[in-house]
Design a protein around this ligand. Sequence first.
Ligand SMILES: [Zn+2]
Length: 257
Amino acid sequence: MTEAPVKAPAIGPPTFATPEEERRHRKQRLAAGFRLFNRFGFNEGVAGRITARDPVRPDHFWVNPFGMHFGLIRASDLILVNHQGEVVEGRYPVNQAAFAIHSQVHAARPDVIAAAHAHSIYGKTWSTLGRLLTPITQDVCAFYEDHAVFDDYTGVVNEIAEGQRIAKSLGDKKAVILRNHGLLTVGQNVDEAVWWFVTMERSCQSQLMAEAVGKPVEIDHENAVRTRGQVGSHLAGWFQFQPMWQRIAKEEPDLLD
Ligand SMILES: [Zn+2]
């Protein structure tokens, strides 16, 4: 007896009937991103954030309430900020550095739905070297020729002009290392931006450890490019987030509120 082949469902980001439905989904993913940043220990006081473009008003973005612990954020706590840095929905203030950097990244890159930044320990440590990551592992190849270094540190970013310079340095890439500061990643959805942040932070840790004890062997150009095609696509970034989402949504369901 022959069995009919089972057709696997297509893997990829969901689509939505209305922008309101998409907004709800996006806010829940964003709240989950903060819970995950908390789990990974990416908190440093009030520093860091993830932003998500609003599907209803695409020149506005959702961000965390300034001063609220990442580990407590629910979808309903998120605030909506307009292109002038004014909070138009929500009961909390916005971090001005968040506005100065992220509004300019969202403005310069219409394809960027989400951007993530934190003062995570390995990312900020690596950033002090002012160097790009080297293709020394399969995972870090996601960033091969697809990240930049912003080497113009001038204090806490509160100026739109500096946000514009960071956006220019990012260019069309998926990540930028802000020298003496930390990492910033972007994606076509929240899932992707958060995954790139997680794996970039761990890639910094990996290279710091490898170089502390020796000279790591580099993956050659051709194989690094091929591997980037496999692990560095938008779809791969989205997909890598899904197991983290399943677990955080099950263990901390109040984030969905
Ligand atoms: Zn920062």
